[in-house]
Design a protein around this ligand. Structure first.
Ligand code: SAM
Length: 354
């Protein structure tokens, strides 16, 4: 795909040119996914994690972090609240926690599907095929697994792999065969990420024909090797992608142009670096999904993948009210229903030259 054109846009700083990019992304969003915004209620079910990702605050080596795992009742209460608040989906997300037994979790998924009309999205890391198949069988609809970067050398440095585990890309293909809608994404501005590699990430979104794409700025966590400087992945300043708000909007906009019919959230990471209106700007530059937090307020600060995360003190009802207000303030409206991707029969070739 148009790697050079995408790279040029990523490097663009002219306000008038960027306004054109954002306007094009916004009109593409309106044409293909409309003016509604899907609300996916996020339940952070566990912060236990066996992995050692060098960017993530819940990595196993962060011994200072108090760990929690929600009970069955807590998860079901959060899901019922999502239904009461009128959301279409719950997203069950957690560290890669093998204390979560597959059958126990399948039972919870089954219960949510029986008791509510919610779609269930899972984001539980690189579980084995049998667990993923059992959860699909129990009724889970979608699975999110970011590939973080398409640069395999960088990936190995930021996301130490487990011998014998399939790659995230291989797992995404498996998940699709199992009948899940699949979502993936990357962090923007992770140390060592070049403009060319970020352009390749965007091209790969399209190649994988993803149903959901989450992109957000990398935010350093001091209890991680990348955040405390013990792992330095240095590129020259003209090669390194900055982890900025502006870069995040460019990536959202280019992602919308590359994948017009996909679902794209305006992420919490974006709201973290611009609490005033980061979410709204994301929605006006290509995104069509928000993810209000439903996790019990007592656990929220413990799901600290990066510091100063947005909305850690808000009760779910306040979070819902706030997000509805923000969506309406930009002339959009909350969607009804689960908000599955409505896949185009024919995908036009993306145009980046304008
Ligand atoms: N364990 C699951 C997994 O690995 O897919 C889901 C949880 S994981 C914490 C969710 C996402 O958080 C990751 O895919 C990563 O992109 C993002 N994340 C982790 N640390 C981050 C950081 N320091 N800055 C921004 N995003 C981060």
């Amino acid at each position: 795909m148009h790697i050079d054109e995408i790279t040029n846009w990523l490097k663009e700083t002219g306000p008038a040119r960027l306004d054109r990019l954002y306007a094009r992304a916004d009109s593409t969003r309106r044409q293909y996914v409309g003016d509604v915004v899907h609300f996916r209620g996020l339940i952070e079910v566990s912060n236990y994690c066996v992995r050692s990702c060098t960017y993530c605050g819940v990595r196993a080596e962060n011994l200072a972090l108090k760990r929690y795992r929600l009970s069955r009742t807590e998860i079901l209460d959060c899901a019922k609240r999502a239904a009461m608040l009128g959301y279409g989906t719950v997203v069950l997300q957690g560290g890669e926690d093998y204390g979560i037994a597959p059958a126990w979790f399948a039972n919870i998924i089954r219960h949510i599907k029986q008791e509510t009309n919610l779609a269930v999205t899972l984001s539980m890391g690189e579980r084995n095929e049998w667990d993923l198949a059992e959860w699909r069988e129990a009724g889970a609809d979608r699975y999110l697994l970011r590939y973080e970067t398409s640069d395999q050398e960088l990936y190995r440095k930021i996301h130490p792999t487990v011998p014998g585990h399939p790659t995230r890309l291989a797992l995404l293909r498996k998940l699709r065969q199992m009948g899940y809608e699949i979502g993936s994404g990357v962090m923007i501005g992770i140390p060592g990420q070049s403009y060319a590699s970020l352009a390749n990430d965007i091209a790969l979104f399209r190649e994988l024909d993803l149903d959901m794409i989450g992109v957000g700025p990398y935010i350093p966590h001091p209890a991680t090797p990348l955040g405390n400087g013990s792992l330095a992945l240095t590129l020259s300043p003209d090669e390194q992608v900055p982890a900025t708000e502006d870069m995040s909007y460019k990536v959202i906009a280019l992602t919308r142009l590359a994948c017009p019919d996909t679902n794209i959230p305006s992420t919490t990471a974006l709201a973290t670096i611009n609490a005033a209106n980061g979410r709204e700007l994301g929605l006006q530059r290509g995104a069509n999904v928000v993810m209000p937090n439903l996790t019990p307020v007592s656990c929220r600060p413990l799901y600290e993948i990066y510091p100063s995360k947005a909305c850690v003190t808000e009760e779910p009802a306040d979070c819902s009210r706030c997000l509805r207000g923000r969506v309406q303030s930009i002339g959009r409206r909350p969607a009804d229903g689960p908000g599955n991707r409505r896949k185009l029969d024919y995908r036009p070739q993306p145009q980046f030259a304008f």
